[in-house]
Ligand binder design. Structure first.
Ligand SMILES: Cc1ncc(COP(=O)(O)O)c(C=O)c1O
Length: 385
């Protein structure tokens, strides 16, 4: 089946009424249908649901469809992208091990790893965001490589094909696919053991859900599930329902957002008040060829970043003048949002490295929503002028 069909019908929920929509199961407790089996710690999580901190039917429906569209073996949903990461790190990281991760990742991911490394005593090695630098940094004691398919905010692309041999070296590859979604890349194809998403972004897509998902290559995720039930990091049923509803339109939203983003990136590249535009859809982008090799469609995502001509003060003034695009920190939702990453999400990166990565104080990150492209262009043009 095609992705559209999967997204609309793949979570078909079977109950005695023939319900089309998965109900929001608010019940905390579930009867032990078979008392003996209910008491046992169950390996078949789908069959025996007994307590909502462990598993919930609405959450399970979301896990099943995301497992399918990422091509994994099973999945667990969490109450944020960060709690998905925390739970995974608690499961994977042991004293004496080494983690390789690019400098340019979501700030809280790196901060979390560094805080944990001080407690659990593992090493965090930060490298330039490229497959080449990652492979070079991997040594015998490396247990984990964490990458984002497309980096935030300068949209560098990591060639996952070059990382596909890591599993043979005993390294667990974890890919954050939030920016690219399974529409563009399915990291499990490239040897990833786990794919994570902040479903807060494109998957739910409406800026009304905070959540995360961890899709595992393997069907055996009992240990991880145990960490989730002990830490209580499961997604709540209403959020699971909203994410399931958002997911049905993922393909149409992502397509439209990507097309508008390309149009805006082209418009911005020609604008006299713009110094530089980062967007892999531009034929002039150093990542254009790699995107075409790696991405399953000729779409390049809904996030653009660009440097306006001028200082930080001018960038702040530009932000103040936006009226359709809103000033807020998230991405992937239906509303267009803009931030200045150097003083926000990327502020944790030491300034010399930030400069080398191209995250200057006049860099704007724009997450393109579903507004009319002409209105967005006009809004950007007015603010730039
Ligand atoms: C790429 C990426 N990964 C993970 C996260 C964390 O997700 P959440 O905010 O849902 O905890 C974010 C949040 O912005 C993100 O952008």
């Amino acid at each position: 089946m095609g992705l559209g069909t999967e997204l609309v019908g793949g979570d078909r929920f079977e109950d005695r009424y023939g319900s089309h929509i998965p109900p929001i199961y608010l019940s905390v407790v579930y009867d032990y249908l078979d008392y003996e089996a209910g008491l046992a710690v169950f390996s078949d999580r789908g069959t025996y649901i007994r307590y909502s901190r462990e598993e919930n039917p609405t959450v399970r429906a979301l896990e099943k469809i995301l497992t399918k569209i990422e091509g994994g073996g099973d999945a667990l949903a969490f109450n944020s992208g960060m709690s998905a990461e925390l739970t995974l790190f608690l499961h994977l990281l042991k004293p004496g091990s080494k983690v390789v991760i690019p400098f340019e990742v979501y700030g809280s991911t790196l901060t979390l790893l560094e805080k944990l490394s001080a407690m659990i005593n593992f090493k965090v090695v930060k490298v330039w965001p490229s497959a080449e630098s990652i492979v070079e940094a991997v040594t015998e004691d490396t247990s984990l490589v964490f990458v984002e398919t497309m980096t935030n905010p300068t949209l560098k692309i990591i060639d996952l094909a070059e990382l596909s041999g890591l599993a043979d070296e005993g390294v667990t590859l974890v890919v954050d696919n939030t920016f690219t979604t399974p529409i563009l890349v399915k990291p499990i194809k490239y040897g990833a053991s786990y794919v994570i998403h902040s479903i807060t972004k494109y998957i739910a897509g409406h800026n009304d859900v905070v959540g995360g998902i961890l899709v595992s290559r393997s069907t055996h995720i009992g240990d991880l599930w145990d960490w989730r039930r002990m830490s209580g990091t499961i997604l709540q049923p209403l959020e699971a329902y909203l994410a399931l509803r958002g997911l049905k339109t993922l393909e149409v939203r992502f397509e439209r957002q990507s097309k508008t983003a390309l149009e805006l990136a082209e418009f911005l590249s020609e604008h006299p008040r713009v110094e530089e535009v980062h967007y892999p859809g531009l034929t002039t982008s150093p990542y254009h060829e790699l995107a075409n090799k790696l991405f399953e469609r000729r779409l390049y995502g809904g996030v653009i970043s660009f440097k306006i001509r001028g200082s930080y003060g001018d960038a702040v003034e530009f932000m103040r003048k936006l009226s359709i695009v809103r000033r807020a920190a998230s991405l992937g939702g239906v509303e267009s949002l803009a931030v200045l990453p150097a003083k926000a999400g990327s502020a944790f990166i030491p300034s010399d490295i930030r400069q080398k990565l191209g995250i200057s104080e006049n860099l704007v990150r724009l997450s393109v929503g579903l507004e009319d492209p002409e209105d967005l262009k006009e809004d950007l043009d007015r603010a730039l002028k």
